[in-house]
Design a protein around this ligand. Structure first.
Ligand code: 16G
Length: 245
């Protein structure tokens, strides 16, 4: 970036012009998603401005979500992600949520089989008599974007053949008369760890939403105990609030 280019770019204070020049480079494809920005000192030297000005422009773009600083490795152009909104009051499936937005849901299976239950699964699913547990572990994808990792556990009585679940779990449950009618969900913030980050296509340590859902049949029996890990950069949970009665 030469000083003349900077003078020609945008209006207002220098940092704003630099911000606009970087934005133009991203929008014009000269800086591509995943590209590293030159070091701030280099930008300052080539444009003939102070490092403080460069820092302010870069800070602004980080704040706006166009750039990301990665500790020790530099500043990078962020791949834009389409954020998905999910209602917090409707008991819907991933497939239904995506279809409602015109996105195609798909999954990459990580595990789909019958196992001996862990003590937690036995307790959550009420498996007192030593029954097996069906585990369905999938990477959930919307169009091409991996959005969540989902680890569902169901009693083998409800789900005797997990391999028969090709697409939607809730659709398979509906077919066998076990579609849940109520669920309790807990959402907490977390950092996405190494292996999970690789599967979700984010950096280790990036923000995630950890979600636990326990779903019930009308009879009160637990159908599903599911732990999900959603990318916090791609998911918004939205709830409608009303006054307490
Ligand atoms: C949602 C549920 C998950 C359920 C899945 C079924 C959350 C946090 N989790 O992802 O508990 O197992 O839908 O989706 O919403 P499917 O019918 O598309 O397989």
């Amino acid at each position: 970036l030469a000083p003349e280019q900077l003078q020609a770019a945008g209006t207002g204070p220098l940092y704003l012009k630099l911000r606009q020049a970087i934005e133009a480079a991203i929008n014009g494809g000269r800086l591509k998603h995943g590209d590293a920005l030159p070091p701030e000192r280099e930008i300052a030297d080539s444009a003939g401005i102070s490092r403080v000005t460069v820092r302010k422009a870069v800070d602004d773009l980080v704040e706006a979500g166009l750039l990301v600083r990665r500790h020790g490795s530099g500043t990078f152009v962020v791949k834009p992600v389409q954020r998905v909104e999910q209602s917090l009051s409707l008991l819907t499936s991933f497939t239904e949520d995506m279809a409602r937005r015109g996105l195609k849901a798909s999954s990459r299976w990580l595990d789909r089989g019958l196992h001996l239950p862990s003590p937690e699964e036995a307790m959550m699913l009420g498996l007192a008599g030593g029954g097996l547990v069906a585990r369905l572990e999938r990477l959930r994808i919307a169009n091409d974007l991996p959005l969540a990792l989902e680890r569902a556990s169901l009693s083998a009585e409800v789900m005797p053949d997990p391999n028969a679940v090709a697409g939607s779990l809730y659709e398979a449950l509906a077919l066998s008369g076990h579609r849940p009618v109520r669920a309790v969900q807990r959402i907490s913030a977390c950092n996405i760890r190494g292996q999970d980050a690789a599967l979700l296509g984010v950096q280790a340590g990036d923000a995630g939403l950890s979600i636990e859902r326990i779903s019930y049949l009308a009879s009160g029996r637990v159908v599903e105990f599911t732990r999900s890990l959603y990318r916090a950069d791609a998911y918004d949970f939205v709830a409608e609030l009303t006054l307490p009665q």
